[in-house]
Design a protein around this ligand. Structure first.
Ligand SMILES: Nc1ncnc2c1ncn2[C@@H]1O[C@H](COP(=O)(O)OP(=O)(O)OP(=O)(O)O)[C@@H](O)[C@H]1O
Ligand SMILES: Nc1ncnc2c1ncn2[C@@H]1O[C@H](COP(=O)(O)OP(=O)(O)OP(=O)(O)O)[C@@H](O)[C@H]1O
Ligand SMILES: [Mg+2]
Ligand SMILES: [Mg+2]
Lengths: 262, 262
């Protein structure tokens, strides 16, 4: 089972859109796919018509005092109306987890253990992270074997990427784990000078960890989120879908190479 | 002294852009303006060429064990290269505050006390909030006398607004404070059906707390952030600037009416 995390502390860079689009592509091929919403604001949960305020069984139950350790993760997985695509929803109560758990040790592997218990059920699990550093992001980094960092193609976002990579470095050292990450340029707009310049700068400064493609600005993403259908299932030939299909092929190529090497 | 907070748990909706644009307009008129960056990711701090990882004196010092209570807030305020525009910067260390402070009482009024100590120095203070509910957002809500909630004109964002308003309601009840908020539609793109539909829906469902205008999509915002100049100071006649000028006039009109009534 492959576990991919999608994270960036900067808000609105396309984390949820990336998770939903890759999930849609994999489900369209008939592969069993689980999307896990780790954002207390619950964008991915709401995308699939579920309510993050309803207290539906989900991610929070893995951490909640009364249920942690006793709940079986299978019971937290919900079907969507799309075959082969499942969701483990977020709830707004997750916003209090950092305060509740505080300095308590050992809370970084909760998600990893839950996903391992389901490893024969899904081919791929994709983790959608909140735009902040906290216990939920740390859990995602510990549970994943590949990290995708969407970065908007604009100058300030590049400075934000540096900070994200420093944070990553800090977490890797304190938890003695090695993170294999890929930077994914998003919302590229060839009409905007800032967008063209920042993609060029990304390619110059992050050549070895940067995906060679980019996701273009595509208003169809907003249209798709209006009807709660992953764009690959709504309009497979959309520009944005072609880009995510290209990204998926790169991720799978890396996975094959990695397996062959070990 | 007026204190305006700009908040929404949804990422990438234009919080920092709103704070920087209103700040630029006020500074251009010669009014003493302070921008406070409460986001550990430090987008506003980086916008003005400062480094959130450098540990420069700023917001964190108001909360840090060793300095809280003893530091004079004036020492945390930095000049920018724009007359009348000052910044109290963020630092990435702020990401640990929720864990550090945990359930400790009385940490909700730290910012309010610091700003009150400087009330004769600035005409307006604008608080840029992080995309998450935590001690920093609670401090912003307790310190402000007006709350601006930028909402992207797309369907998922409308569901997110409902959640934001529920969160606000919860905080108001638990802290017995009354929050006067204004919803600000942002990134309106009249070419996208989803954008037009969601603006119509916002106007139907939130008529009494919604600003009658909207901020259009304007690629000049990205260009301005590339050079670290607030758009009103770089290009006063840009479409986006006209919209923020219109918003500023509405805020000031409300302020006058509020003062006349009390
Ligand atoms: N390539 C794209 N072209 C155009 N719009 C896009 C693209 N990718 C994402 N969007 C739109 O941008 C907005 C933000 O995207 P999204 O919610 O996926 O970002 P996020 O990083 O998950 O945000 P958050 O930080 O709140 O979790 C959404 O309205 C989405 O539809
Ligand atoms: N009206 C607009 N038209 C076009 N682009 C915009 C507009 N407003 C903001 N932007 C761009 O959208 C991106 C997100 O804006 P911004 O960083 O202000 O959002 P935010 O809500 O502060 O994000 P975060 O949740 O990370 O704090 C930036 O690249 C900004 O330049
Ligand atoms: Mg998201
Ligand atoms: Mg911001």
């Amino acid at each position: 089972m492959r576990v991919w995390a999608v994270a960036n502390q900067k808000g609105g860079v396309g984390k949820t859109t990336t998770a939903v689009s890759l999930g849609g592509l994999l489900a369209a091929r008939g592969e069993n796919t689980l999307l896990v919403d780790l954002d207390p604001h619950g964008s991915l949960t709401a995308y699939f018509g579920m309510d993050p305020e309803s207290g539906t069984a989900g991610v929070y139950d893995l951490f909640r005092q009364t249920t942690a350790g006793s709940v079986h993760p299978e019971t937290l997985v919900h079907e969507t109306r799309f075959p082969h695509l499942h969701v483990m929803p977020a709830s707004t109560a997750m916003a209090t987890l950092d305060r509740q758990l505080g300095g308590r040790e050992g809370m970084g592997l909760v998600l990893h253990r839950a996903l391992t218990a389901m490893s024969d059920r899904f081919d791929t699990v994709i983790l959608d992270c909140p735009p902040m550093l906290g216990v939920l992001m740390v859990n995602a980094l510990a549970a994943c074997n590949r990290l995708l960092i969407p970065v908007q193609t604009e100058t300030l976002a590049l400075k934000g990427l540096e900070r994200m990579l420093h944070t990553l470095d800090m977490i890797q050292r304190s938890r003695r784990m090695k993170m294999d990450y890929l930077v994914v340029p998003t919302m590229f707009d060839r009409r905007t000078r800032a967008s063209v310049q920042s993609l060029r700068k990304l390619r110059a400064e992050h050549a070895d960890t940067l995906w060679e493609g980019m996701v273009p600005v595509d208003t169809q993403f907003r249209e798709a989120s209006t009807v709660g259908i992953p764009l690959p299932l709504m309009q497979p030939d959309a520009r944005g879908v072609e880009a995510y299909d290209w990204l998926l092929r790169r991720l799978e190529r890396d996975e094959k190479q990695h397996r062959a090497a070990s």
